[in-house]
Design a binder for this molecule. Structure first.
Ligand SMILES: Nc1nc2c(ncn2[C@@H]2O[C@H](COP(=O)(O)OP(=O)(O)O)[C@@H](O)[C@H]2O)c(=O)[nH]1
Ligand SMILES: [Mg+2]
Length: 223
């Protein structure tokens, strides 16, 4: 029984990759930079989007957001106050977004009008790792309250990402969080992973985050 389930899973992933590549072609054709946000529930994915959209609104950058959630539209409601379209993708219990759901949601967005598209995945450090959506970069958000062992404990998602945001650094004084441990584990698993420290609460590090986004945009627009 067990030996049969593995090929089926591989087939599902292959089908997902096929649609993800189609998504990527659409992104390239429209010149939009697409950023996938992954992280545990409560790590600060929507908070980072709020900070980002605040900055974009002030600086005339155009963005839209796809927000994945199991059951509610609350994140899209939180983002509705910004001048950015937010489309909620409700997975009906599934623990990750799939490329096909993103593909269907793209019908609601005019990609050519955008500088950035953000995709907030379902809060989870396991399931979304294997499901590529066509994004240019994947950013994992880890809040320091989750503990300094999480890079080593979730290697698949850490290897699949290009950046790691360490959020909630305003709480560091109250926690036994050893940042050195995080850096050592990143070095061992994925040395190219860019680490960004920030606090969505105080705004510390948001400028570096915006600069990182602009670097990614520079790279994706060069082709
Ligand atoms: N102290 C602190 N709290 C934060 C920070 N970022 C987010 N939060 C809080 O963490 C909780 C979860 O944030 P949310 O953005 O909904 O996380 P998501 O589930 O990953 O989208 C909320 O109560 C936020 O106000 C931060 O930098 N510092
Ligand atoms: Mg959220």
């Amino acid at each position: 029984m067990e030996s049969r389930s593995i090929p089926v899973y591989e087939k599902i992933l292959k089908a997902n990759d096929y649609v993800a590549r189609q998504n990527r072609q659409l992104f390239e054709a429209s010149g939009v930079t697409v950023v996938g946000l992954l992280g545990a529930p409560g790590s600060g994915k929507t908070s980072l989007l709020e900070r980002t959209l605040e900055h974009f609104t002030r600086n005339g950058l155009r963005a839209a957001v796809l927000v994945g959630d199991l059951a509610t539209a609350r994140d899209a409601q939180r983002l509705a106050r910004f001048d950015a379209k937010a489309v909620q993708l409700t997975t009906g219990g599934a623990c990750h977004l799939e490329a096909q759901q993103v593909h269907e949601a793209l019908a609601e967005i005019n990609l050519a009008d955008l500088d950035y598209l953000f995709i907030e995945n379902v809060g989870n450090l396991v399931c979304p790792a294997a499901y590529y959506l066509g994004e240019h970069v994947r950013v994992v958000i880890l809040s320091v309250a989750e503990g300094d062992d999480k890079v080593a404990k979730y290697p698949t998602i850490m290897r699949s990402a290009q950046a790691l945001v360490l959020n909630k650094i305003d709480l560091l004084d109250w926690l036994d969080f050893d940042e050195r441990r995080i850096r050592e584990d990143v070095h061992a698993l994925n040395p190219g992973l860019r680490i960004l420290r920030l606090s969505c609460r105080t705004g510390t590090g948001i400028e570096d985050w915006i600069e990182y986004l602009e670097q990614v945009r520079g790279r994706t627009n060069r082709a």
